[in-house]
Design a protein. Sequence first.
Length: 348
Amino acid sequence: MRILYGIQGTGHGHVVRSREVVRELKAHGHDVHCVLSARQRDSFPGMEVFEPYTAFRGFTGVAAGGKVRNVRSVAQLRIGRFFQDVRSFDASGFDLAITDFEPVTGWIARRHGLPSVGLGHLYAYCYPVPLPWQSLPARLLLRYFVPIYTPVKTFLGINWHHFGNPVLPPTIPKDLVPDREVRPGKVLVYLPAESEESIAAVMKPLGDYELFAYRPGQGARDDGNVHFRGYDRDGFLADLFESEAVVANGGFSLASEALHLGKKVLLQPIKGQPEQYLNGKALERLGLGTVARRLDSAAVRAWLESPSLPPMSYPDVVRPFVEWIDEGNWNRPEDLARRIWRDVTWPK
């Protein structure tokens, strides 16, 4: 088949997951053309996997100081440019569109009447996920916003539990195979919406721990027991494997990788970001991690001294997904979800 595959550039999780899926689709003989949006072309790592590709502006938000900056996010939107990109793309000859929450692809598929599948974490919230009543406004927002943002015909969500819906387990990259021993006292920190100063203020009092803090565009710099690093996938994974715990915002992919490896997880969702807020609620409900409304040294230390869970060891999701695509029965996502969840064992 000839497949149009959309990749949302905000967040490393979309890119890492899409790289695995695109590689597997090509291995099964499919002709895949990728659409990349919301990043500069040269900021996508491992671009050779996505070739041939078309890059569009798409949409993205702006976060700083631990919260979403709504005015700045709206100011950089280019609605006219977006629909011009949709209209200008020649979709003749494609058999299927798949999008990892990339909006241009979803709207191209709608405009040309292509069968379309949405594969990604946010699609899980298109279904009635049972979370505390306080989360209802955020759930309703995503439930009605997501089908407008990427209007696909079949939703395949991804989450830490299926909640009785066609939702898949997290997609774990094949390179997530630990090759280093855990170093007691080592902690990975990924808080891209926080400043260096705010991270150091919380982490430096934890003098008996070594904290490796990754931030986009950051150079390597050591500040006592806090070691700032720029994002590099290889270096990031090496520190993840050696760490006993992970402190992060409420993004889904890093928390999933940490749970897969058996790392303790502490999330501080970005304020005003409904997906991250719901991720925190889901993590708490499932008993898989801890959520902090506000990070301070005492709270982080108390969490670090708490017991760890065993590794979740999530099964392969990418190969069964591609086999499901091969079968062509795209209107029954529940069959695929049921098949994959059989291999998941929950910790006590």
